[in-house]
Design a protein around this ligand. Structure first.
Ligand SMILES: [Zn+2]
Length: 273
C-alpha cells in the first residue's frame, strides 16, 4: 500500500498537471470509488470545478477546488493517478482538463476511494482520523513521546496507527525502527527520551529517503508517468529475511507484529527483556 513517500511522490508529479485547470469533463466508471455516493452525481458535482491546489495529508491526496470543496483521494492498495490514461487497463475515472489533457485514476483491486467534501468538512474529517504530519517542523521528539505515552501496544503497532502519526505504513515503520535501533516489539510507552529522539530522527530519515527515491514499487505502485519508484532497492530492513544487516552483518529476522510481516536485526534492535 502506498505510504507517505509514495503519496507525496504522486502529489508532486500530478500537481503541475492539475493545478489551475478546470475539470471540463469527469467520468467515474466504478461505483465502489465513490460509494455510498452515486458516481454519476459526484462526477456532475466535479464538472466545471477549477483545481486550486493538490495537497497531501498522511496517505490522502487532497484536490482543493476553487469553490472551497475538496476531493479527497485515498489510493489504498493499488490506486494510482496517470497523466495519460489512454491505453491503460483498470482505469476507473478520467478527468478531462481545459487544456485538452487527461488525468486518469487506475485501480486494479478497487479499494481506493474518492470523497467529495463541502467547504469546512475537510479539516474535521482528517483531524478525526490522523495524527500529526511527521515531516512538519511542529513534529518534535517530545510530541512523539506524548503520542506514545502510556501505550502498551508494541511500538510498531502504535506507529502503524494513523492517529499516532499520519502516513506511516509497514515499510517505513520497519525502516525507521532499524535506523533508530529499536525492536518493533518494544512497548510504545516504554521508550526513554534518548530512544524517542532516535525514533523521531529515524522516522524523518526513512520518509525523506523514500521521497528522494520517489517511493518504493513492490508490485502496483507507479508514478503518474508510469515509471517505478526506486526506494525498494535501498531498503535497510524491510523484506530482507536472512540478509546481513548493513550495520553489523547479522542476518535479519522476520516476525509478525500487529498482523504484519516485520523485519529487524536481532543484534542492533535487541528484543525487549
Ligand atoms: Zn544489525
Amino acid at each position: 500500500m502506498p505510504e507517505l513517500p509514495e503519496v507525496e511522490s504522486v502529489r508532486r508529479a500530478i500537481a503541475p498537471a492539475l493545478e489551475g485547470r478546470r475539470l471540463d469533463r469527469v467520468e467515474i466508471s466504478d461505483v465502489r470509488l465513490t460509494r455510498p455516493e452515486d458516481p454519476l452525481e459526484v462526477a456532475a458535482e466535479l464538472t466545471g470545478e477549477r483545481v486550486d491546489r493538490v495537497d497531501r495529508r498522511g496517505k490522502y491526496l487532497i484536490v482543493r477546488l476553487a469553490s472551497g470543496r475538496a476531493l479527497l483521494i485515498h489510493l489504498r492498495m493499488t490506486g494510482s493517478l496517470l497523466r495519460d490514461p489512454s491505453g491503460h487497463t483498470h482505469v476507473r475515472a478520467v478527468l478531462s482538463l481545459d487544456d485538452g489533457s487527461e488525468v486518469g485514476y487506475r485501480d486494479v483491486r478497487r479499494f481506493g476511494t474518492w470523497l467529495l467534501l463541502e467547504p469546512g468538512e475537510l479539516e474535521p474529517y482528517l483531524d478525526e482520523r490522523l495524527g500529526e504530519e511527521p515531516l512538519v517542523a511542529a513534529f518534535t521528539a517530545k510530541g512523539l513521546g506524548e503520542r506514545l505515552e502510556g501505550r502498551r501496544a508494541p511500538v510498531k503497532a502504535a506507529l502503524l496507527d494513523q492517529r499516532t502519526l499520519a502516513g506511516l505504513g509497514n515499510i517505513y515503520v520497519d525502516e525507521a525502527l532499524w535506523h533508530a535501533r529499536l525492536n518493533p516489539l518494544r512497548t510504545a510507552g516504554s521508550l526513554d527520551r534518548n530512544e524517542l529522539r532516535r525514533l523521531h530522527t529515524a522516522i524523518r530519515k526513512a520518509l525523506e529517503l523514500g521521497i528522494a527515491r520517489q517511493g518504493s514499487t513492490l508490485s502496483d505502485y507507479r508514478l503518474p508517468d508510469g515509471s517505478s519508484g526506486g526506494m525498494q532497492k535501498e531498503f535497510r530492513a524491510y523484506g530482507r529475511t536472512g540478509e546481513p544487516c548493513d550495520r553489523c552483518g547479522t542476518p535479519f529476522e522476520k516476525i509478525r507484529v500487529a498482523g504484519r510481516g516485520t523485519w529487524f536485526c536481532p543484534r542492533c534492535q535487541p528484543a525487549p527483556a
